[in-house]
Design a protein around this ligand. Structure first.
Ligand code: 6PG
Length: 236
């Protein structure tokens, strides 16, 4: 059963998220000498990344490897780049070795970028950070996507017709191959998707975030009150 943690608002979410990130990374470095982390894109994590940057000394960045759960098919300096957002909010401000930053090459043809990333992945993640779309998508695994059926490859380059764009994304086998999965969710707009992901009858084709049920208590839903408001039995 996933852990549900509900905090007051966006600011508390960023603070709690940074605390969780720091604790999980430290534990991994203590136990395995390094931490392999997958970052999420979208707008929700920015404040958390900025909080980590402000308190950089708390994290052993020289032992951290950063990957991404998904990327838009754009160059790294494009306004929509998930890598670009994380670079500006976090990476540019912390002492992480350049070769430890494993970005998806959104500037390349999507299937080529996915193929290259498949080679670069290094096994089990210590921390998988994910956001949630209003349609309950995670990474770039959208409702009805063929990526939902993927059982062997760890990356894919789906065409997102509703966005009229390709995406590069980790697949379910890769997303679930993580010791800890932290869902970061904020705002009233996500309330229905949160309820569907956690409480609705199982149908991941309709609600991709339900895939996370397979990971049981390795998953923590860290969300603010607005995002949790539709849950039938609010906790905490
Ligand atoms: C992306 C993301 C995606 C994101 C959700 C939530 O590239 O868009 O990785 O899965 O997490 O769409 O996005 P917001 O945080 O902007 O609401």
């Amino acid at each position: 059963m996933a852990v549900l943690t509900i905090v007051e608002d966006e600011r508390a979410l960023a603070h709690e998220g940074a605390e969780r990130f720091t604790a999980i990374v430290r534990e991994a470095v203590r136990g395995r000498g390094r931490a392999i982390v997958s970052l999420t894109g979208g707008s929700t994590p920015r404040k958390m990344y900025e909080a980590l940057a402000r308190d950089a000394a708390q994290v052993p960045w020289q032992d951290v490897h950063l990957f991404w759960g998904d990327e838009r098919a754009v160059p790294p300096d494009h306004k929509d780049s998930n890598y670009g957002m994380a670079r500006d909010a976090l990476i540019a401000h912390v002492p992480i070795p350049g070769e430890h930053v494993h970005r998806m090459r959104g500037e390349l043809p999507a299937d080529e970028a996915a193929g290259r990333y498949e080679e670069e992945l290094t096994g089990t993640f210590d921390l998988m950070l994910l956001g949630l779309g209003e349609d309950a998508h995670i990474a770039s695994i959208f409702p009805g996507s063929a990526v939902l059926e993927e059982r062997t490859r760890r990356t894919a380059a789906p065409w997102a017709a509703h966005l009229n764009a390709y995406r590069i994304t980790l697949t379910p086998p890769a997303l679930l191959d993580a010791r800890r999965i932290l869902m970061l969710v904020s705002g009233q707009k996500k309330a229905d998707a949160v309820k569907a992901a956690i409480e609705a009858p199982l149908d991941p084709r309709q609600w991709p975030a339900q895939l996370l049920r397979e990971a049981g208590d390795r998953v923590e839903w860290l969300m603010d009150r607005a995002a949790a408001q539709a849950l039938s039995s609010p906790r905490a």
